[in-house]
Design a protein around this ligand. Structure first.
Ligand code: ATP
Ligand code: MG
Length: 300
């Protein structure tokens, strides 16, 4: 049975008002109350791919909205494989993926939103940001030493870099930016793929023990586990400050990959359905011209 209402399916994970948000209320191994087996979940993902492909065609034809998907997660939660599995049915011409690593010298010469703005999707397209400006209130907050490289003027309009007010202002800049994007026709969807510390350990061990996964192993990712609680606090604060109806956060349980992918798919479908995308309607003149062209073609 296909999922009749993607919006209802993902309602337990959708945050649009962060005031009372607590990460502790979201279990990484939850199925959101759905009674589903892995096989059922996988079949539903395949159905979702067909729906998403059709929806993306409408998005492209309507040429008005664009969709920005932001993916954030701890190491090994499965950002890359989610992109692969969820987007594999979509026409590659209609979507653009950008991965954001530690900023380059050129990027550090600009404000922290600059590189994301350059990578925003055009109208009619889906843009996927694998990490984003949220790193600026996550990894940079956990490791404030990064701020020195940003060379912010300590005597400027903003608060002292690294102070509590400074982080609050950064989050405010992000929230303002996303409101601006939404007003301009970019639907912003933010995903936190929420993996547990235990499951991450299991996956990192697999990367060490399985020769085929060795290439994925990065010793720094293991070191980052020491800052787990600081990361969780930073995520919670970021979600509280930036969840909004026009830029919802989806806190997706990530301990079961099949469910994570299905939930991300349903969230995208739900948000795109809400855009009420229509194929452009031709004017009476254009319809008349089509008729003329038809006559000409038949006579040629
Ligand atoms: P993979 O899944 O392949 O490991 P990845 O996204 O983890 O992909 P890496 O090159 O391993 O890619 O890591 C990118 C690193 O860049 C992450 O540690 C991330 O925190 C860091 N990073 C991203 N944006 C910023 C930023 N604005 N400031 C500092 N570090 C950043
Ligand atoms: Mg990495």
């Amino acid at each position: 049975m296909p999922i009749a209402s993607p919006a209802a399916f993902v309602a337990p994970f959708r945050i649009t008002d962060g005031r009372h948000f607590r990460l502790a209320d979201h279990a990484p191994d939850s199925l959101g109350g759905h009674d589903l087996s892995k096989d059922e979940g996988k079949a539903l993902l395949e159905e979702g791919k067909v729906r998403l492909k059709a929806m993306q065609e409408r998005l492209y034809a309507a040429d008005s909205w664009s969709v920005l998907l932001i993916l954030q997660a701890m190491d090994a939660a499965g950002k890359d494989s989610t992109i692969e599995h969820v987007m594999s049915g979509v026409n590659p011409q209609g979507c653009q993926v950008h991965s954001f690593k530690a900023p380059s010298a050129e990027e550090l010469d600009h404000d922290f939103l600059w590189r994301s703005v350059k990578a925003l999707p055009e109208r009619g397209r889906i843009g996927i940001h694998n990490r984003s400006y949220y790193e600026e209130v996550l990894v940079v907050r956990v490791h404030p030493d990064f701020l020195a490289g940003q060379r912010l003027p300590g005597n400027g309009v903003g608060r002292k870099p690294g102070s509590a007010k400074f982080w609050a202002e950064r989050l405010e800049s992000i929230a303002d930016h996303e409101r601006h994007l939404a007003r301009s026709g970019t639907a912003v969807l933010k995903f936190f793929l929420h993996v547990s510390k235990e499951e991450q350990k299991k996956r990192q061990l697999e990367r060490i023990d399985d020769p085929k996964k060795n290439w994925k192993f990065n010793a720094r990712d293991v070191e980052e586990r020491a800052h787990w609680d600081a990361y969780m606090a930073a995520y919670e604060d970021a979600i509280r400050a930036t969840a909004a109806p026009h830029a919802p956060w989806y806190v997706i349980p990530a301990d079961r990959k099949w469910f994570m992918r299905l939930a991300v798919m349903q969230a995208i479908l739900a948000e795109m359905e809400a855009l009420a995308l229509e194929f452009p309607k031709l004017s009476a003149d254009a319809v008349a011209r089509l008729g003329e062209a038809r006559t000409t073609l038949l006579a040629s």
